[in-house]
Write a protein that binds this ligand. Structure first.
Ligand SMILES: Cc1cc2nc3c(=O)[nH]c(=O)nc-3n(C[C@H](O)[C@H](O)[C@H](O)COP(=O)(O)OP(=O)(O)OC[C@H]3O[C@@H](n4cnc5c(N)ncnc54)[C@H](O)[C@@H]3O)c2cc1C
Length: 455
């Protein structure tokens, strides 16, 4: 019988999973490579804040921490686009003030760790997992302070050790027919910062996610509680312009003044941040199987790292936890049934959000700045308002519902095809809410899914 569960990695997903499992009465031990983040300062320049949306909220709600986190979050109800000539356009994210929340990664992780410990989970820090013996579920660790080596066994091991998971590597090295792919974007990212006003308030609308779409690249900014914004620059790693080409300080200042002029006066210290903060890479990881003998299971980024353009990596990992918990309820904690079903449900969902996230990069850096995108969005919003049973915009399905990502992706493709036809209608920019548009969408929906009544 499964009693002792170990989790490798006490990041966002590992910590939340520990709370779920403790609530079910398991003995839970977390092993984390890094020092206790509640006691040390997190290095600057690594995704300081995250967008939390419905799937993530559901995960937090399941263990009763949603209200505590909401207090430290800032609702972003719309996106604001900043063009080169200083023109500002806004688009709501959803209906009736629906929003995504900017939350601090550090505070969120520390809160989850606190609750995991309070609920009885043991957490060992500075313990890097170096090996897992799949034959006997024995984990090996190296302590980063003492350099001592220890071993531990467990009935069940979760690999929640992120995109470059050691647990996944062990499965890859020690099993036959393990499928694995990693694909890097040609873009990387760097974090910069907008300072607060002298009175501590925000320099831009804080209830918005700000975007500077520039075709091949972009800046985005998410608000922090202290009046600052974390700014992320998504930019080519090589070529011209790129992180590689903008080496001299002069080039960086000139580039920003030309391309992001309204952002420049808000920035903390462009030169210092640009040259001192690390350049991160953007990877999509897919693998299968996610488990071995129902004794070792991957979860979160370890199973499915995705690029951040849908703001869904953590949300997806939190959804892994809720789905797993639901399956434990359904199968009365029979892990032999739970693990295969978890994998069957989550693998297609994770593949879908991985693909959607890459596609959304193009939308964010390019399309959101284009008038036709704006019109298509208006039509979608208007039609959705009138026929919520027949059409839900893809962004809404991903962000504000729990529709499995793979179903959302399929419906999104069908809706895209319809919208492409609608955008060909004459004078669509002026007649976007005409009865003819409504009727044409209804007809096309019937043709696309003759046996189904919309969604
Ligand atoms: C720039 C950027 C912006 C993002 N924005 C968003 C967003 O807005 N919304 C969103 O939902 N997601 C976002 N994400 C994705 C999100 O950060 C990840 O999906 C999320 O952190 C995954 O959580 P995790 O616990 O699975 O992995 P991680 O957060 O990576 O945690 C893994 C943990 O395992 C530990 N570990 C690693 N190796 C070992 C080992 N060998 N032994 C022991 N411990 C180990 C690590 O130290 C870490 O603590 C973003 C990602 C990036 C890069």
């Amino acid at each position: 019988m499964t009693k002792k569960i170990s989790i490798v990695g006490a990041g966002l997903v590992g910590s939340l999973l520990a709370i779920y499992l403790r609530k079910r009465g398991y003995e839970v031990t977390l092993y984390e490579r890094r020092p206790d983040m509640r006691k040390v300062k997190i290095p600057a320049g690594r995704s300081i804040n995250l967008a939390l949306s419905d799937r993530g909220w559901k995960g937090l709600q399941g263990v009763g921490v949603d209200n505590a986190i909401r207090e430290i979050g800032i609702a972003m109800t719309h996106r604001t686009m900043h063009s080169v000539d200083g023109k500002i356009t806004t688009q709501p994210y959803g209906k009736d003030g629906q929003g995504i929340y900017a939350v601090s990664r550090g505070i969120l992780n520390c809160t989850l760790l606190d609750i995991a410990e309070q609920s009885g989970a043991k957490v060992f820090f500075n313990e890097r997992c170096t090996n897992i013996n799949l034959a006997n579920n024995e984990m090996s660790f190296e302590n980063s302070e003492t350099h001592s080596h220890t071993k531990a066994t467990s009935d069940l091991i979760f690999g929640a050790d992120g995109a470059f998971a050691a647990s996944r590597l062990q499965m890859q090295l020690s099993t036959d027919k393990f499928n694995y792919s990693q694909s890097y974007l040609e873009h990387g990212y760097k974090e910069l910062m907008f300072v607060a006003k002298p009175d501590g308030s925000h320099q831009l609308d804080k209830n918005s996610l700000h975007i500077w779409p520039r075709g091949g690249y972009m800046l985005i900014a998410l608000p922090n509680l202290d009046g600052t914004f974390t700014v992320t620059m998504f930019f080519p790693l090589k070529g011209n312009p790129s992180f590689e080409s903008l080496k001299p300080k002069l080039d960086v200042n000139k580039f920003f003044n030309e391309i992001f002029p309204d952002a420049v006066p808000l920035l903390h210290d462009l030169e210092e941040d640009f040259f001192m903060n690390p350049t991160g890479s953007l990877v999509t990881v897919k693998c299968t199987p996610w488990s071995f003998n129902n004794k070792i299971v991957l979860i979160g980024d370890a199973a499915h790292a995705i690029v951040p353009f849908y703001g869904q990596g953590m949300n997806c990992g939190f959804e892994d936890c809720t789905v797993l918990n639901d399956l434990l309820n359904k199968h009365k904690d029979n892990w032999e049934q739970v693990i295969p079903e978890y994998e069957r449900m989550r693998k297609p969902a994770a593949d879908a959000i991985g693909e959607l996230a890459v596609a959304n990069f193009i939308e964010m850096r390019d399309l959101v700045g284009k008038p036709e995108f704006f019109i298509a969005q208006k039509i979608e919003g208007w039609f959705y308002e009138k026929h919520p049973d027949k059409w839900i915009p893809l962004y809404t399905m991903v962000t504000f519902t729990n529709i499995p990502y793979n179903e959302a992706q399929e419906k999104g493709k069908m809706q895209d095809a319809i919208m492409n036809e609608i955008m060909q209608m004459s004078d669509i920019e002026n007649k976007w809410n005409d009865i003819a548009v409504e009727n044409k969408i209804l007809t096309l929906l019937k043709q696309q899914s003759p046996n189904k009544n919309g969604l």
